[in-house]
Design a protein around this ligand. Structure first.
Ligand code: HEM
Length: 383
């Protein structure tokens, strides 16, 4: 019997299995080392470590979701795994958003007592936090510069730098979701040609809802206001109808998804009640939840920072509160397009009815899965 086999047979005790002796030895208080222990430093360390442990779990789930997405065909089981794991990430994030409350029981004066011992240590150097941002798909040029420095410059361990570079160069969740959305059934001309039908439906809705009142209005001033409203609505829809305008919005960083992927997301949102789109719609909702919880995390963190250090500079050397506040913006929303989808939804009565073939395609699949013969017929089977 090999040594590995004999180790497997050996019953493990709780502490051994969880390696608690090492884990629970990792809380050395710098204030105690300096001979003047500050009670709250213990909480400060435990809180950060708990965050990092949960970051590790988020990365574990995120990596597995990205791997599933790279499979040529998403079968039913795999699609379910994606939603389960993304849903788990949202629950962890909810916990992390609230966890700041515990650290807020420390008073700014108590923090000041050991802050000097932190030297230049700062959450800005959290490798796992950067990996989460990158793997979700936060774009490099969306980041606010920190002291005119690239965040990578604070890392000097070659292994960490390699991990960061890999997180930038390998496909992010955003990229994978984009590719998957581009294959939404019903987008192609030969199928349902959703985009053409959607544009006619929007024009009909704009005419009924916004242009008719202009025509019926006799008061010139009110007529002018109504006309301006109508034009505003029309211009807004034009930004998605016109691929060039969409491209320009992408270049300005206002949109992240390709024109085709955006169409897929919109189609899923409008026909979410069809069985094949149930799971994809849930997935899109989870992505919005993740983005929204990341923003809430940033917000709660910055509120705590302001409470603890006011506008003093950070230990990592940034302007502190002011730098962090600038990260609570749409620039940091990876799935921004999914938030903005609501702008382009139209009332149910105007949604183009599905053709019989399309209806069959979308109801022939249980829970967002592809039917096997479809998979064989075309590798295009997606949501
Ligand atoms: C008293 C509590 C805390 C204070 C005063 C504080 C302060 C700061 C400051 C000032 C920054 C900006 C960088 C710098 O100049 O240092 C920062 C960044 C950061 N902190 Fe904290 N922090 C606290 C707690 C935490 C906790 C519990 C976490 C959990 C992991 C955390 C994670 C981070 C991360 C990830 C960043 C980088 C954010 C970004 O660049 O977008 N911080 N913190």
């Amino acid at each position: 019997m090999s040594e590995a086999d004999s180790n497997m047979d050996k019953p493990k005790l709780y502490g051994e299995y969880l390696q608690l002796p090492s884990l629970l030895k990792c809380q050395s208080m710098t204030s105690a080392e300096a001979g003047k222990p500050v009670h709250d430093e213990h909480l400060f360390i435990i809180t950060h470590q708990a965050y990092e442990l949960w970051f590790k779990q988020i990365l574990f789930e995120l990596d597995s979701v990205r791997e599933i997405f790279t499979a040529p065909v998403l079968d039913e089981g795999k699609a379910r795994h994606i939603n389960n794991r993304l849903s788990r990430i949202t629950l962890i994030l909810k916990l992390l958003v609230d966890q700041f409350l515990i650290l807020e029981t420390m008073t700014p004066l108590d923090f000041l007592e050991f802050r000097t011992h932190l030297a230049t240590a700062s959450g800005f150097q959290s490798l796992q936090f950067r990996l989460i941002e990158n793997k979700l798909g936060l774009k490099e040029d969306s980041r606010v510069k920190y002291n005119q420095q690239h965040y990578m410059e604070v890392f000097n361990d070659p292994e960490n730098i390699a991990m960061l570079q890999d997180s930038i160069s390998s496909p992010s969740l955003l990229t994978l979701v984009e590719r998957w959305l581009e294959r939404t059934p019903g987008l192609a001309k030969a199928e349902f040609h959703f985009w053409e039908r959607y544009q006619s439906a929007v024009n009909r809705w704009l005419e009924d809802q916004w242009y008719q009142p202009v025509k019926n209005e006799s008061n010139p001033e009110v007529k002018e206001t109504l006309m301006a409203e109508y034009q505003k609505q029309k211009d807004s829809f034009d930004t998605v109808f016109d691929p060039e305008k969409h491209q320009k919005s992408m270049e300005r960083g206002e949109r992240r998804l390709s024109h085709k992927a955006f169409q897929g997301a919109l189609m899923i949102s409008l026909y979410r009640d069809e069985s094949r789109f149930n799971q994809p719609f849930h997935l899109l909702t989870l992505l919005v939840d993740i983005d929204s919880l990341m923003t809430k995390w940033r917000y709660n963190h910055v509120m705590m920072v302001q409470r603890m250090i006011g506008s003093k500079v950070g230990t990592g050397g940034s302007s502190g509160y002011h730098y962090l506040r600038s990260t609570i913006s749409d620039r940091y929303k990876v799935f921004l397009d999914l938030f903005n989808l609501s702008t382009f939804l139209i009332p149910r009565d105007y949604i183009p009815p599905l053709t019989t073939t399309m209806k069959r395609t979308l109801s022939s699949v249980i829970n967002g899965d592809c039917m096997e013969d479809e998979v064989r017929a075309s590798k295009e089977c997606s949501p």
